[in-house]
Write a protein that binds this ligand. Structure first.
Ligand code: KG4
Ligand code: ZN
Length: 334
């Protein structure tokens, strides 16, 4: 089965073509980062309009890159939520219209299901069941993934998502949006031992997270210490170390509590090298295996939507031409 997919839930436009035997045949991602940079965050209406501009030309290029015509596509998948409603509707409208025109089935995919299954696109793929740490700008979840559509949330954030905490702390340190990668770069110049940040919620049972306190801690430390260049780097390093240590503690606990031996990292913060190295180390000590998708499939992309959509279409799931989109959508309601 060959599936064409669209991702437009936030500020990335992406189109992918996936074949269940050959894997990803073509994939393109366009980031709207520059468009939103001057506002310090994503402006929903600007995002929607840019998806309108970018999607169809991108589709044309993807088909050309794969050397295929529309006749060889068996189904269409698109991100149906959660995300920015206007942006989602652009992808949904395009996907549904093409499916109707080409007389093929189409399915709306849950964005987080895409992230959770993304590592399965790799040659060294995890097998059900596994534990997944989903860390992005909007989510911080520990999920037990039992099968397609069977997700059990083990832990969630009580306040800020981890990517959001990176972005807010980065802004505080004078770095530009999105702050995650910039903070990681600054942390490399810093001494993680100079300041001792707390490891929130680690000394009580449970798998939930809380990150808003770390951001406040960073602000207070910055104010108390003057904030010269080296101090800012030391704060970045201490903040990052606290986040990484917290993740390690919770992920170890999740593996121990579930008895599972595979851990998957998904979502944009999964690009953080310190986090990957820290988790790699922990997982080895636990006798488990760590899986993460390549960078391109870590941040928002249509390849993961194509993959999840293909599994669902193969299972005979698709929806009639009427479509809907959801700005909020619980993963466990699937
Ligand atoms: O999954 P993603 O691309 O978009 C969604 O939120 O859906 O994740 C983006 C988030 C942003 O908060 C960004 O700052 C963070 O991932 N991020 C990082 C790194 N690269 C991206 N955070 C820490 N270290 C990084 N290297
Ligand atoms: Zn995402």
């Amino acid at each position: 089965m060959r599936v064409l997919a669209f991702e437009s839930s936030c500020d990335e436009t992406s189109v992918a073509l996936y074949d269940h035997r050959q894997g990803i045949l073509a994939h393109e991602v366009y980031s709207q980062l520059a468009l939103h940079a001057e506002y310090g965050g994503v402006v929903p209406e600007l995002a929607s309009r840019d998806h309108v501009r970018k999607t169809l030309p991108m589709l044309k290029r993807v088909l050309e890159a794969a050397g295929l015509q529309s006749e060889s596509i068996d189904g269409i998948a698109y991100t149906a939520g959660p995300g920015l409603i206007g942006a989602l509707l652009v992808g949904a409208a395009i996907a549904r219209s093409l499916a109707w025109t080409w007389k093929i089935p189409a399915i709306g995919v849950h964005h987080l299901e895409g992230h959770l299954l993304a590592p399965m696109l790799e040659e060294e793929a995890p097998r059900f069941p596994f534990v997944a740490l989903l860390v992005s700008g909007g989510h911080t979840l520990l999920v037990r993934v039992d099968a397609l559509g069977r997700y059990h949330i083990l832990g969630d954030t009580l306040d800020d998502a981890v990517g959001e905490a990176f972005d807010k702390t980065a802004k505080l340190l004078g770095l530009s949006y999105p702050g995650g990668p910039a903070l990681e770069a600054l942390a490399r110049q810093g001494d993680p031992g100079r300041f001792q940040f707390p490891r929130p919620m680690t000394n009580r049972p449970g798998l939930d997270f809380s990150f808003s306190g770390l951001k406040t801690y960073a602000m207070n430390t910055l104010q108390a210490s003057g904030g010269d260049e080296q101090t800012r780097a030391d704060i970045a390093a201490a903040f990052q170390q606290a986040v990484v240590d917290t993740m390690i503690i919770k992920c170890r606990r999740a593996l121990q509590e579930t008895g599972l031996r595979q851990l998957v990292i998904a979502g944009g913060v999964g690009a953080n090298q310190a986090l990957r190295e820290g988790l790699d180390d922990m997982v080895q000590k636990e006798g488990a295996v760590l899986y993460y998708p390549r960078m391109e499939y870590c941040t928002d992309n249509a390849a993961m939507i194509a993959y999840a959509g293909c599994l669902r279409l193969q299972a005979g799931q698709y929806e009639p031409a009427a479509f809907n989109a959801r700005a909020r959508w619980s993963l466990e309601s699937l």
